[in-house]
Design a protein around this ligand. Structure first.
Ligand SMILES: [Zn+2]
Length: 127
């Protein structure tokens, strides 16, 4: 169990197990066991969150790559949906000279033209 840091600090309890702390006033944990488990759990949660997002981005990129073989294409949105494309995950934004917003996913970009059509283009990163 990870304690809320503010509550733990205010009440002088261990940030990991919640036990009352004795000794130095700046002490955050009972011992090395609690300290190690606290940071291990935080790092594990952070890593797993990042892995999930990376996985969604790579899945999106794979879909865009499979649908856009010639550099620019209009695709039925339903097809993107059925492949499990997640429109909320992208790596950047790009606005065309005409003011159309494209969502970049690595080396591709997409724009939802309307509720039925999505435009996909091969995007050359300036990175
Ligand atoms: Zn503890």
């Amino acid at each position: 169990m990870l304690m809320n840091n503010v509550i733990a600090k205010f009440n002088k309890i261990c940030h990991y197990c919640g036990a009352e702390l004795k000794g130095r006033s700046d002490k955050k944990f009972c011992d090395d066991y609690c300290r190690n488990n606290y940071y291990y759990k935080i790092n594990t949660q952070r890593t797993s969150y990042i892995k999930r997002i990376n996985s969604v981005l790579q899945h999106n990129r794979k879909i865009l790559h499979s649908l856009c073989s010639c550099g620019r294409v209009l695709v039925p949105k339903q097809e993107m949906d059925s492949l499990g494309f997640d429109y909320e995950y992208f790596t950047g934004l790009y606005k065309t000279k005409k003011g159309v917003d494209y969502f970049v996913v690595y080396d591709y970009a997409f724009s939802v033209v309307n509720e039925k059509i999505v435009s996909i283009v091969k995007y050359l990163n300036k990175v």
